[in-house]
Design a protein around this ligand. Structure first.
Ligand code: GLN
Ligand code: ZN
Length: 765
């Protein structure tokens, strides 16, 4: 039995890479210093993996920005708009590389970056490869070889990791009509062959080809592409042993395909899809080894050794020890680096921490499991098994996790708790009567510019540098200013501005039972951007009201309605590390109850409009269509549970940050929010197509102002978008608002843009 790893966090345990990149971009450090920082992180990562006893250590999993971008450069896929950079600077690596990632503006050159999108269902974002019809490829960036030699010199038993050709193509986008990107396979294969042969010559015995697309719904041409690619490698590079890595889900109907490919080893994800093991053991051909992805690469909980050992032993019995590998389920890129850095009991209590495991600890788990499944584990490993059992035992019975009051409430939920009482059309009449808004009501999505002064006040308070009283006064002043400005601009429905919130999930998590936080639990989101998700470890409940003070304060300053502003259950779930001892849907219902209490409290203090943001509903969709219905059912239910306690007069809003809606629009409608605001201005109201085929029943505010750009849209532009919207949405159901919250903008942009927006609404009225 052997152990290996699929990939290690590249940001560095103290976010060294983030700091190095940002300093380099700001001109504060040189290219040499940046490259040194990268090298230090790689060495440290290799060393930790070696120390943990991992037999085969991944290399080329490192990247200064993104591994898909690196693949573009490896294959010479550089869109022509970047060519001036290649020509201008002979040593083109840094400017070209970061230009593709972040765009380039200097002198006459203004080049847009590659598009960015989510990596499967993770919170990591990759840069989308662009494809053109008659494109050619060549082996341009040879980092994979350089890194392999670097590792070899240090005595590291290294396994180069590259993104496989089929997933690479499938993850990209055609930028020209008249072809499908999968047609480019023929052109790309010789380059891959070149890469493989070079790696082999450098002395690598294994190479990991990531083909995560094997867990998606595939059409016939894609399946054919897999066959063609891997048979081509078997013939063209017979010496190279390929480990074909699949992760994030089950192979299902693609299993026979995967088992038919001439590769040395198949890696499967047994955390996301433990049920696939039996079929794999039955279908895997004799010549193929099996890598068991058994330690969760996507979450922060300790592995359960007893359960894992049962699985490993079963596989060993079926295939024999020589054919079995043990590994994390996927790259550890999606885990925080090192739990040992969590030393502050006040942030992460020991009683939660001892259930957890980050990337470094996960490697020890892989190694322990391999030793424990050998016939005679050493004493130390046996002791660790005992400790592991103890940790899991304590989780089952901990009163810290299990709250009978929460469970009692969950079991007493009734059907009527998901219903608003009256249908929308009747609610609307009552709401119109008590809100008395003009047609085309204007509003914003919640946050106002989080300028430096705002962030400083919060940070000082957190560090204990200013008193609670001073903090509250300061935030009150920001809120007062925001209300005054909104009145001056002439908006109809106001917001308090969210100045007290650092983050829309963390703010609520910090006030709820069942949540813990970390000091250094950073995970890469994109480029140098990292997130530190809260940890939901136990039953969720709300000890006391979380937002009423701020909303009441804002409401006391104006006659206009101020929206109560909350984050919805699915978004809180989606942007946290979630407990794995109960289904996600069960945790979502608990959060929904907590939000429901908050919604009721807001209503009781006189708030007439309550917005429950659900920007993450779409990203929670399962990878395969067959899973959509079940997910959407509980996602919608949790939203309805959170929002249905109020009187029909109280208006519920929700907000979503995207416009690809067509496939889920009936579920969005089933949420039954009175008003939904969504992103659309960037796509020129493309979203409205969804509304041509489907009569969305409730009120809707398609964003008319793109807040992602510093541009100030003109009155005319926004009028045009509104008129476009009026072609499909009836006048009495259309709202006027920006695309999203304004916290990333500054007031110099926001003021004129909102004035123009209000003017556009007035003109049409
Ligand atoms: N109310 C939040 C804000 O305005 C919504 C943000 C979001 O949807 N991502 O900031
Ligand atoms: Zn948004």
């Amino acid at each position: 039995m052997r152990t290996h790893n699929l990939g290690y966090p590249r940001i560095g345990s103290r976010r060294e890479l983030k700091k190095a990149c940002e300093n380099y971009w700001a001109g504060k450090i040189s290219l040499v210093e940046l490259l040194q920082a990268g090298k230090r992180i790689r060495l440290e990562n290799w060393k930790s993996q070696q120390e943990a006893g991992i037999n085969l250590i991944p290399i080329h999993d490192f990247s200064y920005y993104d591994q898909v971008l690196d693949t573009n450069l490896m294959l010479g896929n550089i869109p022509s708009r970047f060519l001036p950079l290649v020509q201008q600077e002979k040593k083109s690596f840094p400017s070209l590389y970061f230009a593709m990632a972040r765009g380039y503006q200097k002198g006459d050159l203004d080049i847009t970056a590659l598009e960015m999108t989510k990596w499967f269902d993770t919170n990591y974002h990759y840069l989308v490869p662009e494809f053109y019809r008659n494109q050619t490829f060549s082996f341009v960036c040879t980092d994979v070889i350089t890194e392999f030699l670097e590792a070899k010199q240090l005595g590291i038993n290294a396994k180069p990791v590259i993104l496989g050709p089929v997933s690479y193509l499938l993850l990209g986008k055609e930028k020209e009509q008249g072809f499908h990107r999968i047609d480019l396979l023929k052109g790309i294969l010789p380059v891959y062959k070149d890469v493989l042969n070079n790696i082999e010559q450098a002395g690598a015995s294994y190479i990991q080809m990531d083909e995560p697309c094997l867990v998606l719904d595939l059409d016939e041409p894609a399946k054919q592409a897999f066959r063609e690619a891997y048979h081509y490698f078997a013939q063209g590079c017979p010496e190279v042993k390929i480990l074909l890595a699949t992760y994030f889900g089950e192979l299902t109907e693609n299993l026979p395909l995967a088992c038919s490919l001439p590769v040395d080893t198949l890696h499967i994800d047994l955390v996301r899809a433990p049920e696939q093991l039996d079929d794999v053991l039955k279908q895997i051909p004799d010549y193929m080894s099996l890598s068991l992805g058994i330690v969760d690469g996507r979450n922060i909980w300790k592995n359960n050794y007893d359960i894992s050992l049962t699985v490993i032993n079963k596989a060993v019995r079926a295939l024999g020890e020589e054919r079995i590998w043990i590994a994390p389920s996927c790259s550890l890129l999606h885990s925080p680096c090192d739990l040992d850095l969590e030393t502050d009991e006040a942030v992460l209590p020991e009683k939660v921490k001892h259930w957890m495991s980050f990337a470094r600890q996960k490697l020890n788990e892989v190694s322990d499991l391999s030793k424990l499944s050998a016939s005679q584990p050493d004493k130390e490993t046996e002791d660790r098994l005992a400790l592991n059992r103890k940790a899991h035992q304590s989780r089952i019975s901990s009163s810290f996790i299990h709250d009978p009051a929460v469970q009692a409430r969950i079991s007493s939920i009734q059907d009527k708790d998901f219903e608003r009482g009256l249908p929308f059309t009747d609610r609307k009449k009552l709401q119109d009567a008590c809100l008395n808004l003009p047609i085309l009501p204007t509003t914003t999505i919640g946050s106002f510019p989080q300028i430096k002064e705002v962030r400083e006040v919060r940070a000082k308070f957190k560090k204990g540098m200013i008193s609670k009283k001073d903090y509250t006064e300061a935030i009150k002043t920001f809120t007062q200013q925001a209300v005054k400005i909104q009145e001056e601009i002439g908006l109809d429905v106001l917001v308090h501005g969210e100045f007290e919130r650092n983050d829309m999930v963390e703010y609520f998590g910090e006030q709820l039972n069942g949540f813990a936080f970390t000091q250094n639990g950073w995970v890469q989101s994109y480029g140098s951007r990292c997130v530190k998700p809260p940890v939901i470890y136990g039953d969720v409940s709300r000890p006391k009201s979380m937002t009423t003070d701020w909303i009441s304060f804002a409401q006391s300053l104006t006659e206009k309605p101020v929206k109560g502003m909350l984050t919805g259950p699915v978004t809180i779930l989606q942007w946290s590390f979630v407990r794995n001892d109960q289904p996600r849907s069960a945790t979502a219902m608990q959060i929904a109850l907590a939000i429901r209490d908050e919604v009721s409290d807001l209503e009781h203090v006189g708030v007439r409009i309550i917005q429950v943001d659900e920007p993450a509903i779409r990203e929670g969709l399962p990878l395969r269509k067959s899973g959509y219905a079940a997910y959407l059912a509980w996602a919608v239910k949790s939203f309805r549970l959170a929002t249905s306690s109020v009187r029909p007069q109280t208006q519920i809003h929700t907000h979503m940050c995207y416009s690809e809606f067509n496939d889920i629009i009936t579920s969005i409608a089933a949420m039954d929010a009175d008003v939904i605001t969504i992103e659309t201005s960037r796509s020129q109201m493309e979203l409205l197509n969804a509304f041509i085929n489907y009569q969305y029943p409730n009120d809707i505010g398609p964003g008319v102002y793109d807040i992602h750009s510093p541009r100030i849209p003109s009155v005319g532009e926004m009028e045009l978008l509104l008129n476009k919207a009026l072609n499909v949405i009836p006048l009495n159901r259309l709202w006027v608002n920006p695309d999203c919250g304004l916290k990333t903008r500054n007031w110099e942009e926001v003021l004129p843009a909102l004035k123009n927006m209000v003017q556009a609404a007035r003109n049409i009225r």
